[in-house]
Design a protein around this ligand. Structure first.
Ligand code: SF4
Length: 175
């Protein structure tokens, strides 16, 4: 399966908890004012990579705690990312997914798009919502503006309401 990406960072500590392998997907229609990743917007830009090649890189990254899907808008390529998430989680690694859509929008989208549902269900932490320049706060962990939430997806789906990821307790658990 193929994925169009803007880039890959093999080791990051700013895109979710712990040391992480980060895939920046290509293509985004949100056009947030002040976006730092404008090169990722063109859905025909970036480069195409096979998911097997990505998994080979993940397999050789020995110290990582998880993989982050950032962008761009990852849910534009939900099929390939859900496929990757399946293989990544089988290795005991967790998944952080960024999206310019909020959790509630993704739930609605998931009704008509099985791959969106699959990617959402395989995500441990969702960083949701568009970047809002007027709400920018440089002190925030793993996100740019205060409207964006760190949602612990498994419990949110189970409970039927949003459960925020708690940084301190989650660092001690598997999330
Ligand atoms: S969702 Fe992310 S990549 Fe897309 S415009 Fe907003 S900040 Fe930029």
């Amino acid at each position: 399966m193929e994925l169009r990406i803007a880039g890959i960072v093999k080791e990051s500590v700013v895109d979710g908890p712990g040391l992480r392998f980060v895939i920046f997907t290509q293509g985004c229609y949100h056009h947030c004012r002040g976006c730092h990743n404008v090169d990722t917007h063109d859905p025909a830009g970036g480069r195409v990579i096979h998911t097997d090649e990505i998994m080979a890189m993940v397999n050789s990254a020995k110290l990582i705690r998880g993989v982050t899907f950032s962008g761009g808008e990852p849910f534009l390529q939900a099929e390939a990312l859900a496929y990757l998430a399946d293989k990544i989680k089988a290795k005991g690694l967790n998944i952080v997914t960024y999206s310019g859509y909020v959790f509630e929008q993704l739930l609605t989208m998931a009704v008509g798009r099985p791959a969106v549902k699959e990617l959402l269900h395989k995500t441990d932490i969702l960083v949701d919502g568009p970047f809002q320049l007027e709400k920018r706060d440089l002190r925030l962990a793993f996100r740019g503006s205060t409207n964006q939430r760190l949602i612990y997806v498994p419990d949110s789906l189970k409970c039927g309401h949003i459960v925020l990821w708690d940084e301190i307790t989650s660092f001690c658990s598997n999330a």
